[in-house]
Design a protein around this ligand. Structure first.
Ligand SMILES: [Zn+2]
Length: 403
């Protein structure tokens, strides 16, 4: 068994992630970069608007938490977007700044005016898009791509060629376009884009290998969550050699959203055991900022940031939640600057009552009193079909102790 599955007081994940039989299948790159697209793809969530000052604030915090690249927006969208990207470029962050560009030279000129380091150059390749939406052949895609890539490269931008809806492209279209692009105007890296979030991890791995075989360039994986696998497919892509993972904080994005950046950080560092510099204890603060500015409340059970992730209602293991969290969770809440939480309701046990009484400074009240309080807590939780508040608990305790 490998050694990275456990780190004292921090995490204890499956050791099978690190056994040689599993790892020999991997072709892990030396280093993986996170490309955060919250300010572009995340803002595409219907109803979400980040103003200029919000974008600047988010970019600063993304940089502090340790993402490598920030896709700061699409300057063509509005003057305010343009100004926001310009302001972010001027911050002098460690993270490199990208803009999203259509295959038009005017979009590339705007990227340069904003002071961006690179562009994500989008063009459709998915067959349903070409057939129904654009009426293009792969030759049309190639023609529109070549000049723009050359133009952007000529302006010293780092060019991510982003043939989107890649996972629904015809195999031969993808082969033809990538082969000819490499001959006529090679970009710096290739985006593998699961726009509709509809590819299995194994299919994604096939595509990473295919793109690498044709281009020998770094592969950037960008997925959506329509089948609940956005993060899984991105991690699968990394095991096949993808060097850059794209995502949005809180999993924001159209429909089911993008791969969640906070989940990617944890997956890369803990599940794949890669060396990273992310400040995991700052993730919660950053995700709360996104929640407040987007107005979208993440699910209570959302991985990494969900309010309920470290909450225990059942009486069994209550003491462990506090004293030995790795018996109850794969990750200790402390690594995210959080704490385990014991709540009271229908599923409480004696240990939950004793623990909560101790927190209130009440000790040694006798087994019988504890049993009576427990009975009433369970009855109240069942009746209201919810958890008890601390005030409700205090009321039950003071009545019982008086009685
Ligand atoms: Zn996307």
């Amino acid at each position: 068994m490998g050694e990275k599955y456990w780190e004292e007081n921090k995490w204890w994940v499956s050791p099978y992630n690190f056994i040689s039989e599993v790892k020999t299948e991997f072709n892990l790159p030396k280093r993986v970069e996170i490309h955060d697209a919250t300010l572009r793809d995340g803002e595409q969530t219907p109803g979400v608007v980040f103003r200029k000052e919000h974008k600047v604030q988010i970019a600063q915090m993304l940089d502090e938490v340790g993402v490598d690249r920030i896709e700061a927006g699409m300057p063509a969208v509005s003057d305010e977007d343009f100004e926001a990207i310009k302001a972010i470029s001027k911050l002098g962050l460690k993270a490199r700044i990208y803009t999203f560009a259509r295959a038009f030279t005017v979009d590339i000129d705007k990227a340069i005016e904003c002071g961006a380091n690179g562009v994500v150059l989008e063009i459709p390749i998915g067959y349903p898009k070409l057939k129904y939406q654009f009426g293009w052949t792969w030759e049309d895609v190639l023609k529109k791509s070549v000049d723009c890539i050359s133009y952007a490269k000529g302006k010293n931008l780092h060019v991510v060629y982003f043939p989107y809806d890649t996972t629904r492209a015809r195999d031969e279209d993808l082969t033809n376009v990538l082969t000819r692009i490499m001959r006529d105007s090679p970009p710096d890296s290739i985006g593998l884009v699961d726009t509709m979030g509809c590819a299995l991890p194994e299919a994604i791995k096939y595509l990473v290998r295919k793109i690498k075989n044709i281009t020998r360039l770094p592969v950037e994986i960008h997925t959506h969550n329509d089948f609940g696998m956005a993060v899984a497919t991105e991690l699968a892509a990394v095991t096949a050699g993808a060097e850059v993972v794209h995502g949005c904080l809180n999993g924001l994005g159209e429909r089911t959203g993008n791969a969640a950046v906070e989940e990617l950080m944890v997956g890369l560092h803990i599940l794949l055991g890669l060396e990273t510099n992310y400040k995991l204890d700052r993730i919660g603060q950053l995700c709360k900022l996104i929640r407040d500015l987007s107005g979208i409340q993440p699910a209570n059970n959302k991985p990494v940031i969900g309010e309920g992730n470290y909450t225990r209602e059942s009486g069994i293991g209550v003491d462990l939640v506090m004293k030995n969290p790795l018996a109850m969770f794969a990750t200790a809440p402390q690594i995210f600057g959080r704490e385990g939480k014991v709540v009271l309701g229908k599923k409480s046990g004696k240990a939950s009552i004793t623990y909560t009484l101790e927190k209130l400074g009440i000790e040694n009240i006798g087994d019988e009193a504890v049993a009576e309080i427990l009975q009433e807590v369970k009855a109240r939780g069942t009746e209201k079909r919810a958890l008890l508040s601390m005030d409700e608990f205090r009321e039950i305790v003071s009545r019982r102790l008086k009685g």
